[in-house]
Design a protein around this ligand. Structure first.
Ligand SMILES: *[C@@H]1O[C@H](CO)[C@@H](O)[C@H](O)[C@H]1NC(C)=O
Ligand SMILES: *[C@@H]1O[C@H](CO)[C@@H](O)[C@H](O)[C@H]1NC(C)=O
Length: 508
């Protein structure tokens, strides 16, 4: 007896020793691809300055009220004004012999920039011309005034996302003025109703490309996650997140039909009781954590090298600490939404009269699907959890999570976006992330799964409510950075392949 206890203990202690060794080694050596990049500097010949003219063009675009209210309902005249303004504001682009500009569905814009090397697969940059409504009584400055206060331009659309539209165009206009002629072709698509589904704008652009025989894009970059400051614990500097996944959506209708009759002689069960039993099982957290099956675990792994102790040790060793992190993330609604399919029972009804057994009870369940779970899997999970065939389950509406975009060390699109970010925000740690909302990208998945959602917006925690909220703003300095980000992106995406890379971390 004693002998075997001793050997168990000694086995345990050598296991512990091994675990500690692995933890230490991984903490010291864990790394992801981070190429040396040439920082973007003001003294560079090709640095795009935010001159008065540049800023004025942005402000003019912001003053045009391209509000979208609901699907197919948007300010057509204003959109027309914006596209006309764009065409007059960028003479190099609109007179270039190798760029075509087309109106699509009247108000959207599609640019085709023809590269010289037709054997390279084109890529695409997208953004949108419409904005959400703004209630001027709640703003400190008029939402369509584009006034500048303390270095910030205040206007609806500054960060969602006319800075992308105008930033891309400024960058391209500038590159053309320097004699730039791309090797790789690319498309620029600006939809006009992204805020209200993109069914008219982005979908028409996508259909037009498809009709022309385009079947493949190297990658696509759209609006998305941003650069966050002081948001992620353990990191002092800025963190740029590139959205590589979007959650899906599923609304189920539950229905129970059961014997009715007088309540003076009730049956053992009622439709309401059966429904109540089912609904009580559908708690927020009833679906298990899928932490690690989407990019959310890699968000932390990518950031590990930038973290302070002890965060760094924990994040470099998620193979060991994963259950704990998953548990911590599950505690807060905002982070819980990242690690699992979340569940809310949002509506319920049943019964007809106080003294009549209810013939029927109905409830609606709204899920936001983790990127690694399909609609069918979620339905099956609910069915088994409820475990009662008397509860009829039907789908009210659904959207599969979009395909997860690759973000490995050798993935051209991801690494190109990442390097371009690091050239402009040299201090930023870059990582993949999950976008909780949705954008126009759903209309482009048939061309590529290499979809990256990133907005060149530098945000502090108190800036987050400005998004779709009041006092939306962007600093002039940030706008200048956005332009230079797209300038570098267009230059970097022009390479035939990624620079060769020698991975250091794992040699120890
Ligand atoms: C585009 O304009 C034409 C002509 O005015 C109109 O018939 C059509 O419905 C418009 N399309 C959209 C998507 O608004
Ligand atoms: C064109 O692109 C191909 C890769 O698809 C590359 O092998 C070739 O060298 C390029 N041609 C030129 C002239 O750069």
């Amino acid at each position: 007896m004693r002998h075997s206890l001793k050997s168990v203990l000694s086995l345990l202690s050598s296991l512990l020793g091994l675990i500690i060794t692995v933890v230490v080694i991984r903490t010291l050596t864990y790394s992801v691809r981070t190429d040396d990049v040439t920082p973007c500097a003001k003294r560079d010949e090709d640095f795009v300055q935010a001159t008065d003219a540049v800023v004025e063009r942005f402000r003019q675009a912001l003053r045009i009220r391209t509000v979208a209210a609901s699907p197919h309902v948007y300010e057509r005249e204003e959109l027309q004004k914006l596209t006309s303004f764009i065409k007059s504001a960028y003479p190099n682009i609109h007179s270039s012999p190798f760029i075509s500009c087309e109106d699509v569905a009247n108000y959207s814009l599609l640019y085709t920039v023809f590269g010289e090397n037709t054997s390279l697969t084109p890529y695409m940059i997208t953004g949108h011309l419409d904005v959400v409504p703004a209630d001027s009584s709640l703003w400190d400055h008029p939402p369509f005034g584009a006034e500048i206060h303390d270095g910030f331009i205040y206007a609806r659309g500054t960060i969602d996302d006319k800075h992308i539209v105008m930033g891309v165009l400024e960058a391209l206009e500038h590159l053309l003025s320097q004699g730039f002629r791309p090797q790789r072709s690319f498309y620029i698509g600006f939809g006009h109703d992204e805020e209200v589904t993109g069914l008219d704008g982005a979908r028409s652009i996508s259909n037009l490309l498809w009709y022309r025989g385009i079947r493949k894009l190297e990658f696509l970059i759209d609006e998305g996650l941003t650069i966050l400051n002081n948001v992620i614990p353990g990191i002092d500097g800025p963190v740029a997140l590139i959205g590589t996944a979007e959650k899906g959506y599923l609304t189920l209708k539950l229905n129970v039909k059961w014997d009715t009759g007088h309540s003076s002689m009730p049956t053992k069960e009622t439709s309401i009781g059966i429904m109540a039993n089912a609904v009580s099982k559908l708690t927020t957290d009833c679906h298990p954590s899928m932490f690690g099956q989407g990019p959310e675990l890699d968000t932390f792994q990518h950031l590990a090298a930038h973290m302070k102790w002890p965060y760094r040790m924990v994040m470099s060793n998620l193979w060991l600490f994963r259950p704990i992190i998953s548990w911590v993330l599950s505690k807060k609604p905002s982070t819980n939404a990242i690690v699992r399919t979340v569940t809310s029972v949002t509506m319920i009804s049943g019964g007809v009269k106080v003294n009549v057994l209810p013939p029927e009870a109905t409830a609606y369940v709204n899920h936001r699907l983790h990127p690694a779970q399909s609609v069918q899997e979620a339905i099956e999970f609910d069915r088994q959890l409820i475990g009662d065939d008397r509860v009829q389950i039907s789908v009210e509406s659904s959207m599969e999570p979009l395909p997860m975009s690759p973000y490995g060390d050798y993935d051209f699109g991801f690494q190109t976006v990442k390097s371009s970010i690091r050239q402009v925000w040299t201090e930023a740690a870059v990582a993949p992330g999950v976008l909780i909302g949705n954008t126009d990208t759903i209309h482009y998945t048939r061309f590529t799964h290499n979809i990256y959602r990133f907005s060149p917006t530098f945000m502090f925690p108190d800036d987050i409510p400005r998004f779709h909220g009041n006092n939306e703003r962007l600093s002039v300095h940030n706008y200048e950075q956005a332009i230079n980000f797209y300038k570098h992106l267009i230059q970097n995406a022009d390479a035939v392949s990624l620079p060769t890379y020698h991975k250091h971390g794992e040699e120890l």
